[in-house]
Design a protein around this ligand. Structure first.
Ligand code: FE2
Length: 341
């Protein structure tokens, strides 16, 4: 028997998955990625904690973004000690580029997800902050607390920035996304548009999840004038919904595939994954995949829905042998991609 050494990783890796640099990773934002392999019998084999040849020195987000055209992966880490936010990216072969430390983040913030566009990486500095390490120990409870006095901001930095000098912060009052659905550029790259579920009741986001509510919002930032507009509430949602998955990156969102809570059936689903058809005719020509769990019967299913249909028609269901915990993210990987690993 060995002894537990957190310096060698916590081994959670239970938040999300990502496929980049010819490897499939299981991810948790408090640790390094863990390379995994799907076995022919459906079992998952852990290949090991992966530090990218010693270049990834500490933890990494569970929500990296992969550019489907270039194969690059963009990522970051956040934490309670300076620098509170660090950005980096990997080339298509999985080689990590140097860290860009965001020293303009004056306090530790809760940065669970981010977004990329064709040319930029976008960060939300929400009205939530991490406790100081000593307070985490003394006070206990969640490591994050809401901070209503803080002004929410969005940071915009070129994807391949070598340092923080090109980072621009824009105040976006009351904009508190924990996940992003998507982002893209308009006006020849002079404007950024973000679609994200904005956590309206940020004070309840961690302690009283039952009271937390989100509204799907669209924020447009004019990079020339600095003008920020929250364009409209696209759809009210009961809860925060999952992040955009790899294949939605940079695509204009054709519709809002948010979380849905059917109270009658106690059937819950969150954070659908969009999978385009091989020969897609339009940006919403594909399928939505999501797990659902029936709290009355204890049954869980994977639903495959027609993304173009108005009511998200279910075209296939797969009964699952066990429940997938709420909040876990998923990833769609083609068989041809798996066979290449
Ligand atoms: Fe997440």
């Amino acid at each position: 028997m060995g002894h537990y050494d957190p310096a060698k990783g916590t081994g959670h890796a239970n938040t999300s998955l990502a496929l980049f640099g010819n490897r499939l990773y299981a991810l948790g934002e408090s640790d390094l990625p863990y390379a995994v392999r799907l076995m022919p019998d459906g079992d998952i084999e852990t290949l090991g904690r992966h530090d990218f040849d010693g270049t990834l020195l500490a933890n990494m987000t569970a929500h990296p973004k992969v550019d489907p055209e270039s194969g690059e992966a963009f990522a970051f880490r956040y934490g309670p000690v300076r620098p509170f936010l660090t950005y980096f990216y990997f080339d298509a072969n999985g080689n990590k580029h140097p860290d860009v430390h965001m020293m303009s983040l004056p306090h530790p913030s809760f940065v669970h997800d981010f977004a990329i566009t064709k040319n930029y990486a976008l960060f939300a500095d929400i009205q939530m902050r991490m406790k100081k390490p000593v307070d985490m120990i003394v006070q206990g409870g969640p490591p994050m607390v809401s901070d209503p006095a803080k002004v929410a901001r969005v940071g915009v930095i070129p994807r391949h920035a070598k340092n923080e000098s090109e980072m621009r912060w824009f105040n976006v009052s009351g904009f508190n996304p924990m996940h992003f659905v998507n982002a893209w550029e308009e006006d020849n790259g002079n404007a950024i548009v973000i679609v994200a579920p904005n956590v309206i009741t940020i004070q309840h986001a961690l302690e009283r999840f039952d009271l937390a509510h989100s509204m799907m919002e669209k924020v447009r930032i004019d990079l020339k004038t600095g003008l920020v507009r929250i364009l409209r509430c696209l759809r009210a949602t009961a809860k925060d919904v999952g992040s955009s998955e790899a294949r939605l990156v940079q695509r204009r969102v054709p519709g809002m595939y948010g979380g849905k809570q059917d109270v009658r059936a106690r059937m819950l689903w969150r954070g659908a994954i969009f999978v385009s058809k091989e020969a897609e005719k339009s940006e919403d020509d594909g399928y939505l995949l999501s797990y659902v769990h029936n709290e009355n019967t204890g049954e869980s299913r994977l639903l495959v829905m027609d993304a173009k249909s108005a009511e998200l028609d279910i075209v296939a269901t797969v009964k699952l042998p066990q429940r997938v915990p709420y909040g876990f993210h998923g990833l769609f990987v083609k068989e041809t991609e798996l066979n290449k690993l």
